[in-house]
Design a protein around this ligand. Structure first.
Ligand SMILES: [Zn+2]
Length: 260
């Protein structure tokens, strides 16, 4: 990674029923030069699609991983099990999922159980995720603690990436495309404006959802925003690579301080 900034493109809601759409999206991203992506995988989508029952799906994910993509744990079932507690949660639950804030109101034990089950399924599939991201970033402090205690290196929110192992939070804002209104022309226009504002940040993120690919002209517009605005002068990397880079730069800053 160079000093010119980093772009993380992540695809949320990767599961057996969304595989075909995600594959098409990854092909389009590859054509723009974004070859390292973070794939947020739901291990047991809706309680009906446990990944370890679909060998082809698991083999495909392992192949993605071998080619440089990162596999991230994205909840357990991705179904809503709580109700939003305030305006911010209602906003995220509505805009970033279709009311699927699975970790919205879980206590420590419940969150720990779901994340641990997700890990077990991933491991059975030959995958070893280092990051945990709750559906719609809706997660309690207890849920984040459970992820850390289970050995996850990082999580993220809409605006930050959080190094769980080092207890550091780094500003890394996102533009989100995909579910609901954010997959309509007005949502894309809004995110196009947001992405212009984000170019001054060192780490910027693009979050895509499978419905993005359903409307070809809109997906082309999203790809255009990535190519012409966000990728310019930046290197595409996965979340775990960004975490490693941030750790290395903190370490070298500390060593420099020590040397003076
Ligand atoms: Zn999701």
């Amino acid at each position: 990674m160079n000093g010119g900034g980093v772009l993380v493109v992540s695809v949320h809601d990767v599961a057996p029923p969304t595989r075909a759409r995600v594959e098409r999206m990854l092909d389009m991203l590859r054509d723009t030069g974004v070859t390292r992506r973070s794939l947020l995988v739901i291990p047991n989508f809706q309680g009906r699609y446990p990944i370890d029952r679909d060998n082809g799906f698991c083999a495909w994910l392992r192949a993605c991983q071998a080619q440089g993509d990162e596999i991230v744990l994205h909840g357990w079932e991705h179904v809503g099990v709580g109700t939003p507690r305030n305006a911010d949660e209602r906003f995220r639950n509505r805009w970033f999922t279709q009311g699927e804030g699975e970790f919205l109101s879980l206590d420590y034990e419940q969150a720990f159980g779901r994340i641990a089950r997700g890990c077990a399924l991933m491991h059975r599939a030959g995958l070893d995720p280092q990051g945990f991201v709750a559906p719609a970033w809706l997660v309690t402090r207890d849920g984040v603690r459970a992820a850390r205690d289970l050995g996850f290196q990082y999580t993220n929110s809409y605006l930050t990436v959080v190094d769980l192992a080092e207890g550091q939070r780094h500003l890394a804002p996102s533009v989100v495309f995909g579910p609901g209104h954010l997959n309509q022309d007005v949502g894309i226009a809004l995110q196009e404006r947001v992405s212009r504002l984000l170019t001054r940040f060192h780490v910027v993120r693009v979050v895509l959802h499978p419905p993005c690919i359903d409307h070809v002209p809109r997906m082309a517009r999203v790809i255009g925003i990535i190519e012409q605005q966000l990728l310019r002068g930046r290197q595409a990397a996965t979340y775990i690579e960004v975490i490693q880079q941030l750790r290395a730069s903190r370490l070298s800053a500390a060593l420099r301080r020590h040397a003076h």
